[in-house]
Design a protein around this ligand. Structure first.
Ligand code: FES
Length: 207
């Protein structure tokens, strides 16, 4: 992904941050990796670039799968403006899945920021399956939490949609702001800058 972004090929992404390790949590960054004529869908943030490799970042198959992933993310956390913005740019116009109103999409940005950037390890994933969440050890803030709020700064949930937090049963895909100014079919190759849709913030990588 870093190689693609460096050359201005925009790949939507959410859990990837250039300074942190990659875990492939959000799956928005999928691409087709073609090996011996057979293509395999994989997350580009965890794919190591090699000489001569063939990768398709914007094929019809990738766009379709990516739209579905973006839809699922919106259904999981409709109160995230960043996620809504990314979804609109991925071509999502409506969401077919029931809204869950979770306040976390388990992208792990906060956990990796705390551990890798601040060396604090004050938060982590606990629970399994649908009970999985980010929390302090034993749900109590430990002494070694530095209260830097770095975890909050990088959270995609910190901005709500334009109209503010949604009420259960009244969720919708916003898409009214600048995210609608670029037709989705051009969004991947023709990157635009947006403070909310971090997945498309690759202008600074262009050479
Ligand atoms: S899985 Fe690659 S950016 Fe999230």
């Amino acid at each position: 992904m870093d190689a693609a972004l460096h050359y201005g090929i925009c790949i939507p992404h959410l859990c990837h941050l250039p300074t942190l390790s990659d875990v492939g949590a959000c799956r928005l960054c999928i691409v087709e990796n073609v090996v011996n004529g057979r293509s395999r869908i994989t997350t580009s943030c965890t794919l190591v670039a090699k000489e001569g490799m063939v990768v398709m970042a914007n094929s019809e198959k990738v766009r379709k799968l990516r739209r579905n992933i973006a839809e699922l993310l919106v259904a999981q956390a409709p109160n995230s403006r960043a996620i809504q913005d990314i979804a609109v740019r991925c071509g999502v116009t409506s969401v077919r899945y029931p809204f869950r109103q979770d306040d976390c999409v388990l992208c792990g940005r906060c956990v990796r920021t705390c551990a890798e950037m601040y060396q604090a390890h004050a938060i982590g994933f606990v629970g399994r399956g649908k009970h999985r969440r980010v929390d302090f050890p034993f749900s109590e803030r430990p002494e070694f939490c530095k209260r830097c709020w770095g975890c909050v700064d990088l959270c995609p949930m910190k901005e709500t949609p334009c109209d503010g937090p949604m009420k259960p049963g009244e969720e919708y895909l916003c898409g009214r702001c600048e995210s609608t100014t670029t037709p989705p079919q051009y969004a991947v190759g023709d990157c635009i800058r947006c403070d909310m849709g971090k997945g498309f913030d690759c202008v600074r990588h262009r050479i």
